[in-house]
Design a protein around this ligand. Structure first.
Ligand code: NAD
Length: 493
């Protein structure tokens, strides 16, 4: 058995054992071995972390830093993270099986993670207020942007560090302090991040991490009266629960939730490009990406050829352990999720949907492996077409005319992303206008950048990450009215 590492939680730049919750195990999904013990934080630990963040915001040096000074701190954080990218990536791979080469794995190149810190480091002193020409005599009315104070961040297991950095950089740029709660299924890379950030020399209490479960750590954190804003990334069901808790104190929220993103293939698409793009948009991270293009909407004139070619491409994928350099698709991130994905495949097969490629053939005795799985045409109302699987599973739907495909594409509760594959750019742009999704890709998929806002329509969420909008979510405006010729007659004279 591998050595088991015990983590503590992090508050006020110090490590702590949980007051009364004990520890829970973290399993390596590539091997099924327990490799870490993680604090099962409860109310007393949440109070400690929120107290540290509150003190840092109101009493510490952080709240008094000038925006340009905060910018320098952010760029320093980016440098440190980039230096330790490999160490953070290794921990995350052990926790959730993600490969060097997928999304978080770009940690190993360091590149875009540093981009967020540089981008928002530069934005700290550019978030300008404005003078408002209000219709009021002898008044100078100006608008300024202010932080909320203590912000809580609730994270999913699929890409903890990547998800976190998209939140942390704008949140700190805005001047807030933070308490994070990573997923109980992948907590360790967030804790390791706090360890490496000791080199960035942040004041105590600016960053704090509690670990634990949704009900006993996440709920109390969202509900804590000193937490002024909540930034959530997770499933739509979890998002609804968090929004209901936050509503008790009318807390502002950002919600980055699930998706069932359509890939629309037109009859004039470049088929090599589209087949490769669709395969790359679902399989490499085992389908465990929020924007995975898991619904194929293919024109009836090409569906046979398209699916044959997709099966040929997907068959070549090498499924295996993340530490094997030959591996292209790693395991499902944890056992409950692996079992849930297998269950969805079995139920879809039992419902009579035609399986063109069965990823269950790649299952092993140890570790949680499932290969690319492709279903032929399914009805738009079916479970497979409507509900997120979050695994390497794609199903097709057939269409004949443009009205029909737009209707089908929009016929789910989700609206996170969509892909359109066509040589007719004008038609693709017209369709992009009508698809209800926060991100639309034309002849590409999966691009993202610190400069470009992402987020959901409908039940895929609200609020945005990245770009100017990403920072705005962590700030509120204040309108100040200054009398330039003050006089106030007696109101009752
Ligand atoms: P989840 O909703 O089960 O859990 C997310 C987090 O919420 C965890 O930390 C969990 O402990 C916490 N939580 C759950 N119930 C809670 C409650 N009642 N109160 C407070 N906290 C609670 O999601 P998951 O299974 O960890 O992640 C996978 C999901 O995340 C998928 O649906 C995926 O699409 C989504 N996701 C979305 C984005 C995006 O940007 N839109 C990015 C990554 C993942």
């Amino acid at each position: 058995m591998a050595d088991v590492r015990t983590f503590q939680f992090f508050a006020s730049n110090e490590w702590h054992d949980p007051a009364d919750g004990g520890y829970f195990d973290s399993e390596n999904p590539a091997t099924g071995e327990i490799w870490a013990r993680v604090p099962d934080c409860r109310q007393a630990d949440i109070d400690r972390a929120v107290g540290a963040a509150k003190a840092a915001y109101y009493d510490g040096p952080w709240g008094r830093l000038l925006p340009a000074e905060r910018g320098r701190v952010l760029r320093r954080i980016g440098d440190v993270i980039s230096r330790y990218a490999e160490r953070l990536g290794a921990i995350e791979t052990r926790d959730n099986g993600k490969l060097p080469g997928g999304i978080t794995p770009s940690l190993q190149q360091g590149g875009w993670l540093q981009d967020s810190w540089n981008y928002y480091g530069g934005m700290c002193d550019k978030f300008e207020g404005r003078l408002i020409p209000a219709e009021a005599p002898n008044i100078h009315n100006y608008l300024k942007w202010e932080p909320f104070g203590v912000v809580s961040m609730i994270l999913p297991w699929n890409s903890p560090i990547g998800t976190l950095i998209w939140k942390l950089a704008p949140c700190l740029a805005a001047g807030n302090t933070v308490v994070m709660k990573p997923s109980e299924q992948a907590s360790c890379s967030t804790l390791e991040l706090m360890d490496v950030l000791a080199e960035a020399d942040l004041p105590p209490g600016v960053l704090n991490v509690v670990t634990g479960f949704g009900a006993t750590a996440g709920g109390p954190l969202v509900d804590h009266p000193d937490v002024r804003m909540v930034s959530f990334t997770g499933g739509t069901a979890g998002g609804r629960a968090v929004a209901a808790t936050a509503a008790r104190q009318v807390k502002p929220l950002t919600m980055e939730l699930g998706g069932k993103s359509p890939q629309i293939v037109l009859p004039d698409a470049d088929l090599d490009l589209a087949v490769n793009g669709v395969a790359a948009g679902i399989f490499p991270a085992g389908g465990q990406s929020c924007i995975s293009g898991s619904r194929l909407l293919v024109h009836q004139s090409i569906i046979g050829e398209f699916l044959d070619r997709l099966v040929e491409v997907a068959k070549k994928a090498r499924v295996g352990a993340p530490d094997d350099p030959a591996t292209q698709i790693g395991p499902m991130a944890n056992r409950p999720h692996y079992e849930a994905v297998l269950d969805r495949i079995c139920k879809a097969e039992a419902a009579g949907h035609k399986l063109l490629l069965d990823g269950r053939e790649q299952c092993r005795e140890t570790g949680y492996y499932i290969g690319p799985t492709i279903f032929g045409a399914v009805p738009t109302g079916s479970d497979l077409a409507q509900n997120e699987v979050f695994g390497p599973v794609v199903s097709a739907e057939v269409w004949d005319d443009e009205e029909e495909v737009i209707e089908k594409a929009n016929d789910t509760i989700y609206g996170l992303a969509a892909g359109i594959w066509s040589r007719d750019v004008t038609r693709a742009m017209r369709m992009a206008d009508r698809v209800e999704a926060g991100t639309v890709y034309i002849n590409n998929y999966f691009n993202a950048a610190a400069q470009s806002p992402v987020g959901g329509f409908k039940q895929s969420g609200y609020g945005r990450e990245n770009g100017w909008e990403g920072m705005q979510c962590y700030m509120q405006t204040k309108s100040v009215w200054l009398a330039t010729d003050p006089h106030q007659p007696d109101p009752f004279g």
